[in-house]
Design a binder for this molecule. Structure first.
Ligand code: BGC
Length: 771
């Protein structure tokens, strides 16, 4: 755990330069706009520890997997989002000495991520080995208005010398991924062109043949007067060089406008032409206007989805950081894109799509973004349905059974780990649950007719075929799975997976009935397209759903995570010596698999999804049992525990878990933020506040709240969109104040009591119950 980020409500601030923290900071201070993203690498050369990262959404490479014994059904490749052309580069020499913070003496270093306006700035003073001292102030951003455009301004002041400056503002496509399985380079050059102060570089990925055009337009001023530039070029590299004498207190300003365009959006033949148009439009606006527009656009994002916490700056900073990073990662403009667990902040997890999206991110986007955004995430899976069916065929299933991949870029399975990921078939259930969740929140039942039902039929068919009848138990069982708790592999009857499978089968049938009622013609088309035999298939689905086996432990009176779980030695987490943790870094895999320790919410994940089926006593027993065995070594875990603890009125625990998720990256809790941020778990942090502390749910089409105020706070508020209404919910120690910013009134429940909220504000008194 680290503690070097200064507390501030709107900014992430690092003061002082510690090279050991550099990779963590590169992740924390990342910027992005849904279309591209950039780690907080330095503009100038840096020979110290760094993880270079420039990513263009959706541009990936199918790296050959590394595997000992190849087995049928194993994915052909491990896809990764690529480190793409470095567009920030500035190579600066002062009387021949390179400006490099690894070799210079650095003081007054400060890095600020301004979350209100969406910019990253950095300043420092560097004393070179020659004794020459420079002051640098840099600012850059990825525009969320023109999302193919990024801009930077770099100002250098000579503090104590007169000297010869040489500066090259460059774009460099000769880059690698650190996680490449075979240390290969993935890009080849297609075209390059230099016109006046503008460089055009087009690169193509090997195998996948994506083309990305990076255009950079440089202007350099010395004390306000424009400098002449000389073009420099080598393979996959273009730059603009200026050389001049800088005297004491004179200032060098570099402005760089950049566009990154991908062949996913344009004809390859037109890439160069369109990139020119894009950069010319950016030039017309200019750096200042682009920056201003960025601030206005971010203000709107904050208006739609801010959380304000009163009385606790660290908590305020943390929640905004989480919301900011989520908005930088996914904007919902493009249904082909999704949310990689690390977003654009690192290479780990390859930038691929996981079940994280459906299980954790959907609730966030449902509330803080236009309805289309969450819908696009569902449509993404709809478009991958054929691939999910092909994937199931590869594993031996038939008749339209669909198994969605655990890790994917384009619908194909592309994970890199057989033993864990392969059997985590529970992801299929999360995809079905997300459809249910979306409709529960938005009321958009038409979605079932247009997209949802086909997906649900494929998923239901998979579960039907994946179970088998056990004569021994007189029930359907599910063998050889891995649940969300990845510290158990290849187990039988994971309670969560069995529960989810049975629910999916029932929900698919309900969805079919719904579509039949609201869109009968569409229903017939779906029946024909999917070759659905309502009579035999529904009979079979019913039979599995109603006769599923659920492991249960009589002695503890809890749902049992899987068959045989109680055979394990039951030493609770509180009795584990601190120096043994995290287990995944201290213990062998063999030892982890034999232990009772749970990586992340598993049974409790199911009780969270289907909470209405369980009374508080049942929830409490299971919560106490599993919480005491859970090590939370996945970032996705504490938020679920926080929400359930809040429901059980255990305010302290709810807050404790919340803190673990909210500052997970800012304080580098798991010592792994240098690999990239835990973007998908950030949505879980949002859930801890809204579903946990405010107790927000949607039931029967109505918003419901059961709030409490964490002790350290004096109040909190959040903004959500709900079925066309814009609402602000404010909670203090004894009141829930709801502001309805729309022209229609709204019915909602607080502690089960029904209220009508007309346009304007309404105050409802509460005290753990209504007063
Ligand atoms: C978790 C998975 C998750 C993945 C990506 C793993 O550590 O156990 O549930 O899907 O990370 O976030």
């Amino acid at each position: 755990m680290k503690n070097y980020i200064k507390a501030d409500e709107w900014n992430i601030i690092e003061e002082g330069f510690d090279p050991h923290l550099n990779k963590v900071s590169e992740s924390l201070f990342s910027i992005g706009n849904g279309r591209m993203g950039q780690r907080a690498n330095f503009e100038e050369d840096y020979t110290g520890e760094t993880l270079q990262g420039n990513y263009v959404a959706g541009v990936y490479y199918p790296d050959k997997t590394r595997v000992g014994w190849w087995k049928n059904g194993y994915p052909e490749y491990f896809a990764k989002v690529l480190n793409a052309t470095n567009w920030i580069g500035l190579h600066i020499q002062i009387d021949g000495e390179i400006l490099d913070l690894n070799t210079a003496e650095v003081s007054d270093f400060k890095r600020v991520l301004n979350m209100k306006e969406g910019t990253l700035s950095r300043q420092f003073i560097a004393k070179l080995n020659s004794g020459k001292i420079v002051k640098v102030e840099a600012l850059r951003f990825c525009s969320i208005v023109d999302d193919e455009v990024a801009a930077l301004h770099y100002r250098l002041t000579a503090l104590n010398f007169e000297g010869q400056i040489s500066i090259i503002s460059f774009i460099d496509g000769d880059v690698k991924n650190q996680d490449a399985n075979y240390d290969e380079k993935f890009w080849e050059e297609v075209a390059k062109k230099q016109e006046a102060n503008t460089d055009y570089l087009v690169l193509r990925t090997k195998k996948t043949e994506f083309e990305v055009a990076t255009v950079s337009q440089t202007t350099i001023f010395k004390n306000g007067s424009l400098q002449e530039l000389k073009a420099v070029a080598k393979e996959k590299y273009l730059g603009q060089q200026a050389s001049f004498t800088l005297s004491k207190n004179e200032v060098l300003d570099v402005y760089k406008l950049v566009a990154n365009l991908s062949s996913q959006n344009y004809d390859k033949a037109a890439l160069l032409r369109i990139s020119k148009e894009t950069i010319l439009k950016a030039e017309e606006k200019g750096f200042e206007q682009l920056k201003q527009e960025q601030a206005v656009a971010w203000a709107k994002k904050w208006e739609e989805g801010d959380i304000v916490i009163e009385g606790d700056v660290a908590a305020q900073q943390a929640i905004r950081f989480n919301i900011f990073q989520l908005n930088q990662t996914y904007t919902g403009k493009d249904a082909r894109l999704n949310i990689g667990p690390k977003g654009f902040t690192g290479e780990k997890y390859g930038g691929s799509t996981y079940w994280d999206t459906e299980a954790y991110c959907i609730p966030f986007y449902l509330s803080v973004a236009p309805q289309e955004v969450a819908k696009n995430l569902l449509v993404y899976r709809y478009k991958h349905l054929d691939r999910a069916i092909e994937n199931a065929v590869k594993l031996g299933f038939n008749h339209g059974a669909a198994l969605y991949p655990m890790v994917t870029m384009n619908g194909e399975e592309c994970h890199n780990e057989w033993e864990i990921t392969f059997e985590e078939i529970h992801r299929n259930g999360a995809i079905a649950f997300a459809i249910f969740n979306y409709i529960r929140y938005t009321g958009d039942e038409r979605h079932l007719a247009d997209y949802g039902l086909e997906v649900l039929i494929g998923i239901a068919r998979f579960w039907k075929q994946r179970v088998n009848w056990s004569a021994e138990r007189n029930k359907f069982v599910m063998l050889g799975v891995t649940g969300p708790n990845e510290y158990e592999n290849n187990i039988n009857n994971n309670w969560y997976t069995n529960k989810l499978a049975a629910w999916c089968l029932t929900y698919a049938m309900e969805a079919a009935e719904k579509v039949k009622a609201i869109a009968p013609e569409q229903y017939l088309k779906i029946v024909e397209k999917t070759n659905l035999n309502e009579f035999t298939e529904f009979r079979d689905w019913n039979s599995v759903a109603s006769q599923m086996y659920y492991p249960f432990h009589e002695g503890e009176n809890v749902f049992l995570q899987q068959d045989g779980y109680m055979d394990k030695e039951q030493i609770l987490v509180k009795d584990l010596p601190a120096d043994q943790r995290p287990l995944n870094q201290k213990w062998s895999w063999d030892r982890i698999l034999r232990s009772c320790y749970i990586k992340q919410a598993d049974v409790l994940q199911g009780m969270y999804f289907f909470e209405e089926e369980y009374d508080l006593e049942t929830l409490k027993r299971n919560f106490n049992f599993y919480e005491s065995r859970t090590v939370h070594e996945s970032s996705l875990s504490p938020c679920v525990h926080s929400i359930l603890a809040a429901k059980l009125n255990d305010e302290e625990k709810a807050y404790e878990f919340y803190l673990r998720t909210a500052r997970l990256d800012l304080d580098d809790y798991n010592n792994d933020s240098e690999d990239g941020l835990h973007i998908t778990s950030m949505a879980g942090t949002w859930m801890s506040v809204v579903e946990g502390f405010a107790g927000m749910r949607v039931r029967d089409g109505k918003l419901c709240f059961q709030p409490f105020l964490p002790k350290n706070w004096t109040g909190f508020s959040f903004t959500i969109g709900f079925r066309g209404l814009q609402l602000k919910v404010q909670i203090n120690e004894s009141e829930l104040i709801i502001r309805n910013n729309s022209s229609e009134s709204l019915e909602l429940k607080v502690f089960e009591q029904l209220y009508t909220v007309s346009p304007g504000e309404k105050t409802i008194a509460y005290k753990g119950y209504l007063v």
